[in-house]
Design a protein. Structure first.
Length: 491
């Protein structure tokens, strides 16, 4: 390391696995003023250590990997990682060059056999390690060959267990351009981001609470001055405020309530088995069981609505898998860094927001040059509405027509800016139907729609596996339920 140690890393600490392999292969360096690093295990393929950031008092296991490009020499690595996993109860992250694949999409330019991906995938499943969010380049290595002989592979990875992911929930591995090297350099960022305020969202489980109908009836009975649509929106705002209070009172932590009721049920049943003739305990067991079923239904409803995974909708009740799905979705949905239109790497929250705004403004707000005019003579040749068609379009919509439109909107569909999904309208329909009907028919009479209804929230869906620029996302508009009822009724 010589000059590099003196000029670039003065006073840093170094360690290498030279004692386990004649060429060393792995060198780790750290600033002792920032980290305390205890080397736990040395191996020809890895260095396993325990890292404690100074001033935190909380550390984590970290394994640095560099495996030889030989399947037989990789087998001891998988066994060693499994042995570490059996003993590791704390947060754990592993990273480096595995020289192995985990997915059929991990190589371009050469075929992949299932036998190639099975060993690493099986090991990671055993160790309960999942990939840390990746940005930048998807492939992490290429052979630098010419033409059709060029091969790209994804053989470098960063994986962690759930405890490490909870400790650094905004972490992401950024793979940079390789330059003259065959491997792509990786930078792991673990800075903590301040929690953002979440917008209001109606949860379907609230309808099971006895006070739900009371909240709807009380607020809907209030007098509001204004057009029909304004009256509906104002009443929804009042309901929203009361639902937030309801959530704080009994639904703010459905997971804790679920486990509390389950523990209470088990304790009661243990007492009953110890004294099976106790009628009071038998009655209490039935009451507690009913409370547990209700808490469980609320919990699964929350998970179903949050995770949005098909196996949950099919009744699969593996709550650990549910939580992992929710966590992965949240991390995947967060964008901490991005390349803007000019290719500049942006890493601040405000900068990322501005980059997307500028990108879509350039797409949707730019002036169209050389616009071709529409020829009325061509339009006249097309089909025209007959009087019978006009009469059908001018017919007034009944309450039943609006209800049929509402029933066609799945309760699982994401809500718009107001946070109310179709499930709320279905459950409260008996109270709100007349006002909602007036609001929708008023639009077809006046042709006017309020800004609050016409506005939509935008969801960015990645078009590629590892998005790195603002153009790698597809914008999806989330319209409000009232907006959907307006225009689906028209169709």
């Amino acid at each position: 390391m010589g000059d590099m140690y003196l000029n670039v890393f003065p006073s840093w600490c170094f360690s290498t696995n030279l004692s386990c392999h004649q060429n060393g292969r792995i060198v780790i360096a750290w600033d002792p003023d920032v980290f305390v690093v205890d080397i736990v295990l040395m191996h020809a393929h890895f260095i396993h250590c325990f890292v404690t950031p100074r001033g935190t008092g909380t550390g984590f296991h970290c394994t640095f990997i560099h495996v030889l490009h030989d399947r037989t020499t990789r087998e001891p690595l998988w066994d060693s990682l499994k042995a570490i996993a059996d003993k590791c109860k704390e947060a754990w992250i592993i990273m480096g060059d595995f020289n192995a694949l985990m997915d059929l999409e991990d190589r371009l330019g050469s075929t992949i056999r299932t036998s190639e991906i099975q060993p690493m995938r099986s090991c990671m499943n055993y160790c309960q390690l999942t990939e840390v969010k990746t940005v930048g380049r998807f492939y992490t290595w290429n052979n630098k060959q010419d033409g059709a002989d060029r091969v790209f592979s994804r053989i470098d990875r960063v994986l962690a267990n759930t405890k490490w992911g909870d400790m650094f929930d905004s972490a992401e591995a950024n793979y940079l351009t390789e330059g003259d090297f065959d491997h792509f350099p990786m930078v792991l960022t673990c800075c903590q981001k301040p929690p953002q305020k979440r917008p209001f969202r109606f949860f379907n489980m609230w309808t099971s609470f006895p006070r739900f109908n009371t909240i709807v009836d009380r607020n809907w009975g209030k007098y509001v001055y204004g057009c029909p649509m304004f009256r509906v929106l104002q009443k929804l705002k009042w309901i929203k405020a009361d639902l937030k209070d309801l959530n704080r009172e009994g639904y703010s932590d459905v997971e804790t309530e679920h486990y509390r009721c389950h523990k209470l049920l088990i304790d009661t049943q243990n007492q009953l088995h110890a004294n099976p003739g106790n009628l009071d305990l038998a009655a209490e067991e039935k009451t507690v069981a009913s409370e547990y079923r209700k808490a469980k239904d609320n919990y699964l409803s929350y998970l179903k609505q949050t995770a949005k995974v098909h196996w949950l909708q099919n009744g699969y009740e593996n709550t650990k898998a549910f939580h992992q799905s929710i966590t992965q979705r949240r991390k995947h949905n967060r964008i901490h860094s991005i390349h803007d239109r000019s290719g500049k790497w942006i890493q601040t929250d405000s900068g990322v927001q501005d980059a997307f705004v500028q990108f879509y403004m350039s797409l949707f707000c730019s002036n169209i040059e050389h616009k071709t005019s529409i020829l009325s003579s061509i339009i006249d040749r097309g089909p025209r509405l007959l009087d019978d068609h006009r009469n059908k379009l001018e017919c007034s919509f009944t309450v039943e027509d609006i209800k049929r439109v509402l029933d066609d909107i799945p309760s699982s569909k994401a809500p718009g800016m107001d946070g109310f999904n179709s499930h709320f309208f279905k459950e409260a329909w008996g109270t709100i139907k007349d006002d909602v009907h007036k609001a929708i028919t008023d639009f077809f009479t006046t042709g006017k729609i309020l800004r609050e209804v016409n506005v939509t929230s935008i969801t960015l869906v990645p078009k590629v596996k590892v998005p790195s620029s603002v153009g790698d996302f597809r914008p999806i508009a989330c319209c409000s339920t009232i907006y959907k009822m307006h225009f689906q009724a028209e169709v």
